[in-house]
Design a protein around this ligand. Structure first.
Ligand SMILES: Nc1ncnc2c1ncn2[C@@H]1O[C@H](COP(=O)(O)OP(=O)(O)O)[C@@H](O)[C@H]1O
Ligand SMILES: [Mg+2]
Length: 306
């Protein structure tokens, strides 16, 4: 796409009264195609099962990433988001305002700490869990319109294997599955992996074992997940390490703070800091495709046809 095409799209978007985000994204897209705008590396923290520690890990990784460069935390639990709670925020707006046409994604951003911004999910808005392709398109366009301002985009995924949950993961450069040693978490991690690989066959998902009591336990859990994936999918996720079950995590959740910010010396903080270094190494291995941009291609909505 060149500038002329982008301008045409801009006019088209305006005449169709599509959102300001869509217009901006077209221009941003052109800028990127012309090589002017580097995009953020994106990481999706996912799991299958709820309560495995996705948001806790995202809050700490977001805090650590922000020390290296501007970071955008996207709460992809669009209907029952709680990423804001872990940063002690009470955002006035959320993705609900974007879907209902009141605000652009740019307008719902809130600053969580230096160099860390958040896009909040709704609080108890059930219909946000099952967006239409057009609504997902709006979310993707909005993220695309801001993502090039950041070095990292971190997606705190919802649980489950719904279309929109998988869409966020499939569009991210790197996917990190968080499981616990519980057999139910492992089963759901496998289910998530299966659906994700159906959508994006070339991806090598990574995983961590959270809430392990020791390394032996984590390695045992890792072997089980890799074994079942090898047997039934013919593929293996890559084990990236483990995070200890640590009482400081609960204390920090209750204090509404990322663990690395409030309890920097806690065992969990040390392990998640090592994980953050490994994630930077993973980013260096893959091109930054832009999570919004990749989602735009995959959500199946074509402006003018929907
Ligand atoms: N490593 C850990 N040690 C102790 N408790 C943890 C740990 N990780 C998560 N938890 C507990 O699990 C709860 C759910 O974590 P959360 O990140 O909200 O899960 P998810 O986002 O996957 O639904 C936290 O509020 C915390 O009490
Ligand atoms: Mg969560």
């Amino acid at each position: 796409m060149n500038w002329d095409q982008a301008r045409k799209l801009l006019r088209l978007a305006r005449t169709r009264s599509e959102s300001a985000d869509a217009a901006r994204a077209s221009v941003d897209h052109a800028r990127h195609e012309l090589g002017a705008a580097p995009r953020a590396h994106s990481l999706c923290i996912a799991s299958g099962k709820g309560g495995t520690g996705k948001s806790v890990v995202s809050a700490s990784l977001g805090t650590l990433f922000a020390r290296r460069g501007r970071t955008l935390l996207v709460d992809a639990d669009l209907g029952v988001g709680n990423a804001h709670i872990l940063h002690d925020l009470c955002p006035p707006h959320s993705f609900v305002d974007v879907i209902e046409g009141r605000l652009s994604v740019r307008d719902i951003r809130v600053n969580a700490r230096p160099q860390l911004d958040l896009l909040a999910g709704g609080s108890g808005v059930s219909r946000m869990a099952g967006l239409s392709p057009y609504e997902l398109h709006l979310v993707a366009v909005g993220i695309e319109s801001v993502e090039q301002e950041y070095r990292h985009v971190l997606v705190d995924s919802a649980a489950g294997i719904s279309n929109q949950t998988i869409a966020f993961a499939a569009a991210s450069d790197v996917v990190l599955i968080v499981t616990t040693p519980d057999v139910t978490a492992l089963t759901d991690a496998y289910a998530f992996l299966k659906v994700l690989l159906q959508r994006r066959g070339e991806l090598v998902p990574l995983f961590v074992v959270n809430r392990a009591t020791c390394e032996e336990e984590a390695l045992h859990v890792a072997d089980r997940l890799r074994g079942v994936a090898r047997k039934f999918l013919g593929r293996e996720p890559r084990y990236l390490g483990w995070l200890p079950d640590d009482r400081h995590v609960v204390e920090c959740v209750n204090a509404r703070s990322p663990v690395v910010a409030r309890a920097a010396d806690a065992p969990f903080s040390q392990a998640v800091t090592e994980l953050s270094v490994r994630m930077q190494q993973e980013f260096a291995r893959v091109p930054a495709r832009g999570v919004g941009r990749s989602m735009l291609r995959s959500v199946g909505y074509t402006p003018g046809l929907g």
